[in-house]
Design a protein around this ligand. Structure first.
Ligand code: SAH
Length: 223
């Protein structure tokens, strides 16, 4: 059952223009049902976005495929993902590159994603609970950066953490109705930008959620 649905989804992605066989086989190998809440498991291989709690969503397979294909992450590349969410996109990337670093601002979402990575033995994913706007300076530079939430503008700190010759794929737009999926290449002479598609993502939000900052402060024992 799940297998025939999965094959149908792969065929749908091919028809939508996803031609990179490495990307298609990574999508075939990662069980999307492991990244959806139980109540949405029956939709795991439909070409739809799925709610994952905290008002966030696991992106539509076609968008995951398009972004992954545009990123061109090869075996030797070091990739940063901003917005771990369910962990599905990081899992797909982990089959294509050397190491994935992924940042999430909701502690609960990150903890669930970490359990999924461990259960599937995806050992080349490193996680961080924090604000992805700032990137991950200790691990920079990155060969590839993917942002899976929409910012009004390209986050400058992330461009700084992109290696020369590197690529970034991200949605940019001021409202949910007006977002563009962009690919940026950092060339020696500057940034080259390409428009890939019109998309709809949840917003990239600055900082980590309030009650978590409060919890961290308490456990830190501050007066
Ligand atoms: N890549 C995810 C899609 C998640 S939706 C997946 O495969 O399931 C976008 C995610 O970005 C949400 O989980 C949201 O909490 C997170 N996010 C939004 N702003 C952020 C920020 N500043 N830093 C880190 N994560 C952020």
């Amino acid at each position: 059952m799940a297998t025939s649905r999965k094959i149908r989804l792969i065929m749908e992605l091919r028809r939508a223009g996803i031609a990179d066989t490495d990307v298609l086989s990574a999508i075939e190998r990662i069980p999307r049902e492991s990244f959806t809440p139980d109540s949405f498991r029956h939709q795991a291989y439909e070409n739809v976005a799925i709610p994952i709690g905290q008002g966030q969503t696991l992106s539509q397979p076609q968008v995951v495929a398009l972004m992954t294909q545009a990123l061109k992450a090869g075996r030797r590349t070091k990739v940063l993902e901003v917005g771990t969410g369910s962990g599905y996109q990081a899992a797909v990337l982990s089959r294509l590159c050397r190491r994935v670093y992924t940042i999430e601002r909701f502690r609960e979402l990150l903890a669930t994603a970490e359990q999924r990575f461990a259960a599937l033995r995806l050992h080349n994913i490193t996680t961080l609970h924090g604000d992805g706007w700032k990137g991950w300076s200790e691990q920079a530079p990155f060969d590839r950066i993917m942002i899976t939430a929409a910012a009004a503008d390209v986050p400058a700190a992330l461009v700084d953490q992109l290696a020369v010759g590197g690529r970034m794929v991200l949605p940019v737009g001021r409202s949910s109705r007006d977002q563009a999926l962009l690919q940026l290449r950092r060339e020696p002479g500057g940034i080259v930008e390409e428009h890939l598609a019109d998309v709809r993502f949840v917003p990239l939000v600055e900082g980590v959620p309030e009650e978590q900052a409060y919890g961290a402060q308490r456990s830190g024992g501050r007066a």
